[in-house]
Design a protein around this ligand. Structure first.
Ligand code: GDP
Ligand code: GDP
Length: 463
């Protein structure tokens, strides 16, 4: 599995520092001072078990004349063309600058696969920058410190599914998503406030599903509803990856599945979204709408992408489309619910909404379900409430005592949101059976009414 990662961004954000860390040899100069003119540099990078080629676009700080913008642009464009994935770095201490926006623009126009890195974020230094970074519309920012080596585990978790997507696409050109991402335990260590969005940040939605499920029809309907309210074309901006709109009063950005497919047709590619595009849609989104065709629901491909959305920690809403074609609505609904519980137990509690993208029926309920899922995804529960609940759970059903050693649950706290993550301090965490962990997760979901969001629960020993 090999791919190429380009590190891009304005001068001085820490590109060379990261390059050096990934390559592990001091190949590149790191200097605040004007110096030798450099061009693109390549190195063999290693990040845990990933091996890849890294391209560094540093070395422009010494160009101070008017040609800087142009040169920066050309160099970045070249790097983007050479790379499979771009790591776009900004300086978390400085926040988003107009120059960063220029880079974000280039990346969007080039339709690059972007991971947004907020560097120099050691300690709490990058908090402000990480919040601002959402405004670039490039998905969830990864906080890191190239200098101190922090956040590289998060970078790894972002890169790995994309890397596998590339490997598969290269191998078979088969539009099937089949990835195995490790449980994101490292994420739980993260600062709980790290990824808080700004209030103005539009809700990011992706509609995924098999070809012909009705994704384009649904997206167009959502955009048209907006148009009716706001007048022709008003308030809608469409860029390479997403469409911005105001849907029933909610500012949204919706991943432009239709636009991507049109592009794919032009370039004589598959009609279907490729693996990497599917992954990208999930990565882009805060809420993933898994759109099923009522006539062929829960196909293998739907199950895989829904599972991927769960693994990636996205809020999920299941929408069953073409409901207008269904005569036996009651029976069908019961059948769908049974299939859902059986085939996607990991998404237990996710809302299932029936819609007709064609007629627009049910879209108000879909809208409500998306808002609710997003809200739950962001929810924070106080430690006091959690521990009262935990006490009652333990009383109702005490943890087992494998080998005669009773597992004691001491206390719990929420360590992150988006999605919600909890840590339970206990004795002998390794002995805890999965069934008890499920009891706790399901209990949390029911008691605190958290449908449609993955819940992360980590057990940790004390002392
Ligand atoms: P480039 O121009 O984007 O390649 O940036 P450099 O890698 O040359 O870094 C610019 C400056 O930022 C240097 O002084 C680095 O030591 C510093 N720097 C890079 N990464 C970090 C970091 O994670 N934290 C802090 N505090 N400084 C950093
Ligand atoms: P995509 O491949 O997922 O983007 O699917 P499209 O939006 O292109 O839709 C595929 C086909 O299903 C088209 O012929 C649509 O007209 C049809 N379609 C989409 N939504 C509905 C619906 O709600 N009801 C019915 N009856 N047909 C639909």
């Amino acid at each position: 599995m090999s791919f190429t990662l380009a590190i891009v961004g304005r001068p001085n954000v820490g590109k060379s520092t990261l390059f050096n860390r990934l390559v592990g040899k001091r190949l590149a100069l790191v200097d605040d001072q004007p110096g030798v003119t450099r061009d693109l540099r390549e190195g063999d990078a290693k990040l845990f078990d990933l091996r890849f080629t890294v391209i560094d676009t540093a070395g422009l700080e010494e160009v101070t004349d008017d040609s800087l913008q142009g040169r920066m642009r050309r160099l970045t464009e070249r790097a983007v063309e050479m790379a499979d994935i771009c790591l776009f770095l900004i300086d978390g201490r400085v926040g988003v600058t107009p120059s960063d926006e220029v880079f974000a623009d280039i990346l969007r126009k080039k339709n690059a696969h972007v991971i947004l890195g907020v560097n120099k974020a050691e300690g709490r230094a990058g908090d402000g920058g990480a919040i601002e970074a959402w405004s670039l519309g490039l998905g969830e920012p990864v906080r890191m410190s190239a200098e101190h080596g922090e956040g590289l585990d998060d970078l790894y978790h972002m890169l790995r599914p994309l890397a596998e997507g590339y490997a598969e696409r290269a191998a078979a050109d088969a539009p099937v998503v089949d990835v195995d991402v490790p449980e994101d335990e490292a994420d739980l260590e993260a600062d709980p406030d790290a990824h808080k969005p700004s209030l103005k940040h539009p809700l990011q939605i992706a509609v995924i599903g098999r070809p012909n499920a009705g994704k384009s029809t649904l997206i167009n309907k959502i955009i048209r509803e907006d148009r009716l309210l706001t007048g022709p074309e008003a308030g809608i901006t469409r860029d390479a990856i997403s469409v911005r709109a105001d849907w029933l009063g909610t500012p949204i950005r919706i991943f432009d599945t239709a636009g991507m497919r049109k592009k794919a047709r032009i370039s004589d590619k598959l009609e279907k979204l490729s693996v990497a595009d599917g992954l990208r849609a999930v990565r882009f989104a805060e809420v993933v709408v898994v759109l099923l065709d009522v006539e062929i629901p829960f196909e293998q491909q739907d199950l895989r992408i829904a599972d991927f959305a769960e693994t990636e920690g996205r809020a999920v809403v299941i929408a069953v489309n073409k409901w207008d074609l269904e005569d036996e609505k009651q029976e069908k609904l019961a059948e769908l619910k049974e299939m859902f519980d059986r085939l996607l137990p990991q998404l237990r509690g996710a809302p299932l909404v029936t819609v007709s993208a064609k007629t627009g029926r049910g879209l108000d309920r879909l809208h409500a379900a998306i808002l609710k899922a997003h809200d739950v995804w962001n929810r924070r529960i106080t430690t006091a409430r959690l521990n009262t609940w935990l006490g009652a759970m333990v009383e109702a059903h005490p943890p087992p005592a494998p080998g005669g050693r009773r597992i004691k649950l001491r206390y719990m706290t929420q360590v992150k949101t988006r999605p919600p993550g909890f840590v339970v301090m206990c004795s002998h965490p390794d002995d805890m059976p999965d069934s008890y962990r499920r009891y706790l997760v399901n209990g949390l979901r029911d008691h605190f009414d958290m449908p449609g969001t993955p819940i992360r629960l980590t057990l940790r020993g004390q002392g």
